[in-house]
Design a protein around this ligand. Structure first.
Ligand SMILES: Cc1cc2nc3c(=O)[nH]c(=O)nc-3n(C[C@H](O)[C@H](O)[C@H](O)COP(=O)(O)O)c2cc1C
Length: 212
């Protein structure tokens, strides 16, 4: 049976969406892999705060055709690549809210043994590239998932280049202080490499959660 990769992401201004499509591309290039790109739903309060901004409206229109992530998507997946921009060095409430609805899956251990990883976007290089991934990892470990990062060997020279996104913990991009910077090729390459790695690892781990 094919390996199933789910990419649930939240994006306010589109940078994380662009990274998600690159993760999708990398995973889909692994033979015998099916990939689902899914949006983590917006929160009503956030929509109210953001809907006056043109950049928000344009990005939301660009993503309008992407289906919403569901618990059945999580069950379907062998590997899950989470994507979201930083909020003060942590995951945004939209992503936390979605993860916080998974109590029933946690009780049954339904996500245990699945491969997982995280990609993010920050305004500036010091704005939480690493902390966003590392803090978001905590609930995923509670859910029993197995973390996949972005090693230096698979991303030669990229993770050691100053002024660009890319961490050993997961792919990242930079939006710039005004949001005008877009993901560059090195960052997209890291995202594709990550998608490929996650699909390979998920394929090897398939069925691990059923063992116990
Ligand atoms: C409430 C809020 C808090 C933010 N906090 C940070 C921060 O701590 N560090 C940072 O670099 N960027 C911060 N940002 C900027 C976002 O990281 C940036 O908008 C995002 O990377 C763009 O990704 P997106 O287009 O996928 O939404 C913040 C944005 C908002 C709205």
């Amino acid at each position: 049976m094919a390996t199933h990769i789910l990419i649930p992401y939240y994006s306010t201004y589109g940078h994380t969406h662009t990274m998600a499509t690159a993760v999708h591309e990398g995973a889909a290039n692994v033979p015998d892999t099916e990939v689902r790109l899914r949006r983590i739903p917006e929160l009503a309060e956030a929509r109210k705060a953001l809907e006056g901004q043109d950049a928000y409206q344009q990005a939301q229109e660009q993503m309008a055709d992407v289906a919403r992530a569901t618990h059945d998507d999580l069950r379907w997946a062998d590997g899950i690549a989470w994507g979201f921009p930083t909020r003060y060095g942590n995951m945004p409430a939209q992503a936390k809210q979605f993860i916080d609805t998974t109590g029933a899956l946690w009780q049954k251990g339904e996500l245990e043994g699945k491969a997982t990883g995280i990609f993010t976007s920050t305004a500036t290089i010091h704005g939480g590239q690493e902390t966003t991934i590392l803090t978001a990892l905590v609930p995923l470990l509670h859910l029993g998932m197995i973390f996949v990062g972005t090693p230096y060997g698979e991303n030669p020279h990229i993770l050691t280049t100053e002024g660009e996104g890319g961490t050993p913990y997961g792919p990242t991009t930079l939006a710039g202080g005004d949001g005008s910077r877009q993901p560059i090729e090195n960052e997209l390459k890291t995202a594709r490499n990550f998608g490929r790695r996650l699909a390979r690892v998920a394929g090897r781990l398939k069925g691990l959660g059923d063992a116990g």
